[in-house]
Unconditional design. Structure first.
Length: 278
């Protein structure tokens, strides 16, 4: 079976490059002509989230469309730097090819590896060697500060664990979770009638979140995926609850706590039935 990544790539990719050049050209689009790399960065992030959403839904047509949008933005940003005389999109591809070959010596060299964990360790070692780390260099320097907080917390916990700064086992992390939860409850109970000290509560809540990220790491589960799945499950159940309420003509705000619980349990059952049918 022919590799779909190799179906007529030069022609279509060149067409896309020419499209971006036309949009930026003398008779191009006023909006496209005024964009900068900083302004396009925001749109690229938005497109990446749309791609992630399409990947989660698993609809190939949507994934294809969103990949195209991301590719367009990448080519657009590359053209901006090309216009400034910095590099071309060909330079981007060439550098990435060199890096991927360099970081996969088990594929392109003579040292085979047998597990994904071995590959991850080797990748990190090669990356650190490339960065020419010095005593003043932090292991965390290469982590982007603009990563979403949950993803960045996971990457930091991974990075420091590789350096040996870690719990011995899952039980140690769970003990820390209990400790952090206790400190959060203490911060909340410290309300003396004048209101919560939001700074303290936020700090303790953040500590609990960060420790739970480490629980996910020990369980080999990405916390972003776990939270996304839980949020999606809640959303499905809540939508079912709204349908049940609409069928009875009741308003959510008018329900007693007991009625709310009954409707919620019915919604959970209904959502579970829909999931099984799917």
């Amino acid at each position: 079976m022919e590799n779909s990544l190799r179906k007529n790539p030069p022609s279509r990719l060149n067409d896309l490059i020419r499209l971006v050049e036309t949009l930026r050209g003398e008779n191009g689009c006023p909006w496209d002509k005024k964009q900068t790399s900083r302004s396009m960065a925001i749109y690229l992030v938005e497109e990446m989230y749309e791609l992630v959403d399409a990947l989660e839904k698993g609809t190939p047509d949507d994934v294809c469309e969103e990949l195209g949008d991301v590719l367009f933005h990448i080519f657009f940003i590359a053209l901006l730097f090309s216009e400034a005389g910095n590099f071309t999109v060909e330079d981007v591809a060439a550098r990435n090819i060199q890096k991927m070959i360099r970081r996969h010596p088990h594929v392109f060299g003579s040292t085979p590896l047998n597990s994904a964990e071995d590959v991850k360790r080797q990748w990190h070692a090669i990356k650190m060697k490339e960065k020419k780390s010095t005593p003043e260099t932090s292991l965390l320097d290469s982590l982007p500060s603009k990563l979403p907080a949950l993803i960045r917390a996971y990457r930091i916990s991974e990075r420091v664990a590789k350096a040996g700064f870690d719990w011995n086992d899952m039980q140690g992390v769970l003990t820390k979770v209990a400790e952090e939860f206790s400190e959060l409850k203490s911060a909340i109970r410290a309300d003396d009638g004048t209101g919560l000290n939001q700074g303290n509560v936020s700090l303790e809540l953040g500590d609990l979140f960060f420790t739970l990220v480490n629980v996910a790491r020990f369980a080999h589960i990405h916390p972003e995926t776990a939270l996304a799945d839980a949020t999606r499950k809640f959303e499905t159940r809540f939508r079912e609850m709204e349908k049940l309420l609409a069928a009875t003509g009741k308003k959510m705000a008018s329900l007693s706590p007991e009625e709310m619980d009954r409707f919620w349990e019915r919604a959970k059952e209904q959502a579970g039935e829909l999931h099984r049918e799917a």
